[in-house]
Write a protein that binds this ligand. Structure first.
Ligand SMILES: Nc1ncnc2c1ncn2[C@@H]1O[C@H](COP(=O)(O)OP(=O)(O)OP(=O)(O)O)[C@@H](O)[C@H]1O
Length: 570
């Protein structure tokens, strides 16, 4: 019971924001209209049921006129039914894509705010594959929530309408004699349908409840498998050079084995549900007649009354068995809601992590940090008290693994595991700073987008982009700005680093941080680029991480990080 309550709360939290958003009232009205259409379909089914009674009675009485009248009535009812069914389908799809669009934008916005996409992967092992949750789980959530809620509502309406019909039709058999005692159960057929369906639902629940966990894992394992395939594609060259194809093949096989195992576990569970469902489906043909036969044989009622009663019994029983017949779909849906809820919780944790160190905006042209940096597992990494003054280039050096890159992560405000105080000068706000990591990221697309990154490609004039490419010795690319491609894979390591430096020329930040951003070049090229940066960006403060002694010449000061010392010695 507590689990059901928790699930309803999670469902509410996922569903309500859309209807509370701007335009949410319109969405609510849209949904109400869809419900209205479902009610019309239910009403038409009730009319079909009475039509059934009249039609078969006309047949039994060999009433030809009545027969043809009922054929005409059927044609009219069917025409209205088909029109409304198609209309409802179209509107349901429109509603679905609007809701999914809103939810996707909402989740993408949260995921990309406050570097949550980065922080999630740093610490949280629980939230696997956020891409899967945004793409697949949201699609499933919207699709299932809509179809299940509409089918639930129309089932409730069907139940209401046919329960009344069935109650009335029970009259001829509700009084019977057991051991000489006359017993009357008003609405006997209704109660029979209820008991029968409760039995079916209970059995389905016993058999199917494990499916929720299995479906949760299915999404996860499918996503893990896909992720490994994408990683292999992204790292194709390195894998080919290492000759790692066989290892990769085994890894992929292993990953897929997990998918297969889970799939078989689902099949093992589901086969009972399918068997039960098939049995119930078969039983529903006969059970109503087995229950209502006295109406025909004992009572003095027309054949049409008998078929209508059986039909109404079937409808009520169907409606009562809603949970049972959709059990596996419901299990998938519950798993989707749980995965999305887990994702939201992880995002909330990531958002809160942003405040670990106290970030202040300083008016002065000075960047100062007084911090203790930790690793994600809370082990201390580095304690620093450092001031960077505008106009003074600083070279940060130290042995591999001492925490130089992590210091940059802290300065960029993306490393949540730090305590202390970071004062960021006004000149470094927004686009005033640019961090160039050792391995540049290049989006797939035009070269223009690659050079303009992280600015939108349309915001930078072609002349600026071309000049930047020429300045970093990539003049051969200067006329290929419109060319689309996977530049990250096409360019060499040194070329990629030069492209990244071209970005600095485009952005002209007040503060430029280079984390071994020239390590893939020879010393001569490195010196040329540093000279060029100093000439082209005279107002930019350079802070570099580097191992080469030759870099010293381009910086005013060196800060050495020592792993063994608690404080960095300047
Ligand atoms: N996401 C992470 N999870 C766990 N440990 C991490 C993570 N990122 C960095 N570390 C650890 O923190 C330490 C410092 O890493 P960092 O990248 O800052 O070193 P570095 O001084 O820049 O080294 P190098 O000169 O080799 O680039 C390393 O031991 C590294 O393994």
């Amino acid at each position: 019971m507590r689990k059901a309550w928790t699930f309803l709360k999670q469902l509410w939290a996922l569903t309500v924001p859309y209807f509370k958003s701007p335009g949410g009232r319109w969405a609510l009205a849209f949904f109400a209209f869809l419900v209205g259409l479902s009610f019309v379909l239910v009403e038409l089914n009730v009319r079909f049921s009475y039509w059934n009674n009249r039609f078969f009675t006309a047949l039994q009485e060999k009433n030809q006129d009545g027969f043809w009248v009922e054929v005409g009535v059927f044609a009219q009812l069917a025409a209205v039914f088909i029109t409304i069914a198609v209309l409802r389908y179209i509107l349901q799809q429109v509603f679905e894509i609007r809701w999914r669009t809103w939810l996707t934008n909402h989740f993408v916005a949260r995921w990309t705010t406050a570097e949550s996409y980065y922080k999630l992967q740093l610490a949280d092992g629980r939230t696997d594959n956020p891409d899967q949750r945004i793409a697949e789980d949201l699609r499933l959530f919207v699709e299932r929530t809509l179809s299940l809620s509409l089918s639930f509502i129309s089932n409730a309406a069907t139940l209401g309408s046919f329960a009344v019909v069935l109650w009335g039709l029970s009259e001829p058999i509700e009084t019977f004699t057991v051991a000489g005692t006359e017993i009357t159960i008003p609405g006997l057929l209704f109660w029979a349908a209820l008991v029968y369906s409760a039995f079916i639902t209970w059995i389905s629940h016993l058999v199917g409840r494990k499916l929720v966990g299995l479906n949760f894992n299915r999404e996860r394992r499918e996503a893990d498998f896909r992720f490994d395939l994408v990683r292999m594609r992204e790292n194709a060259e390195a894998i080919a050079l290492y000759g790692g194809a066989l290892v990769e093949r085994d890894r992929l096989k292993g990953r897929f084995e997990r998918v297969r195992e889970n799939f078989m576990a689902i099949v093992n569970r589901q086969k009972f549900l399918v068997g039960l469902q098939a049995a119930f489906d078969q039983a529903v043909v006969l059970v109503p007649y087995l229950i209502v036969w006295p109406v025909y044989f004992v009572g003095n009622v027309p054949f049409g009354h008998m078929t209508q009663t059986a039909g109404a019994f079937g409808r009520v029983q169907d409606a009562f068995s809603w949970f049972a017949s959709l059990y596996s779909t419901l299990a998938e849906w519950v798993a989707t809601v749980q995965r999305l809820t887990g994702f939201i919780e992880a995002l909330e944790v990531a958002e809160r992590k942003a405040c670990a160190a106290k970030l202040e905006r300083g008016p002065r042209d000075e960047w100062s940090v007084d911090i203790d940096i930790r690793l994600p597992d809370e082990k201390p990494l580095l304690s620093m008290d450092l001031t960077l003054k505008a106009g003074e280039s600083v070279l940060i050096v130290g042995a591999s693994g001492t925490g130089k890159s992590t210091l940059f992560r802290v300065l960029a405000g993306v490393w949540p595991f730090a305590d202390g105080r970071i004062v960021i000068p006004a000149s470094a706000q927004d686009r005033g700073r640019l961090f160039l990591p050792q391995k540049p990221y290049v989006p797939v697309g035009t070269l223009r987008a690659a050079v303009a990154y992280p600015a939108p490609e349309a915001s930078v004039p072609d002349a600026v982009l071309r000049q930047a490419l020429v300045d970093v010795d990539l003049s051969a690319l200067a006329d290929r700005l419109d060319e689309e491609g996977h530049w990250q894979n096409r360019l060499s390591g040194g070329e990629l680093q030069r492209l990244a430096i071209a970005r600095a020329l485009v952005q002209k930040p007040a503060w430029l941080f280079l984390d071994e951003a020239t390590s893939a070049m020879d010393e001569e090229m490195e010196s040329r680029l540093y000279r060029m940066l100093k000439a082209r960006l005279p107002d930019t403060t350079l802070v570099s991480i580097g191992h080469r002694a030759s870099l010293k010449a381009f910086h005013d000061r060196e800060v050495r990080l020592e792993a063994s010392l608690p404080r960095a010695a300047e």
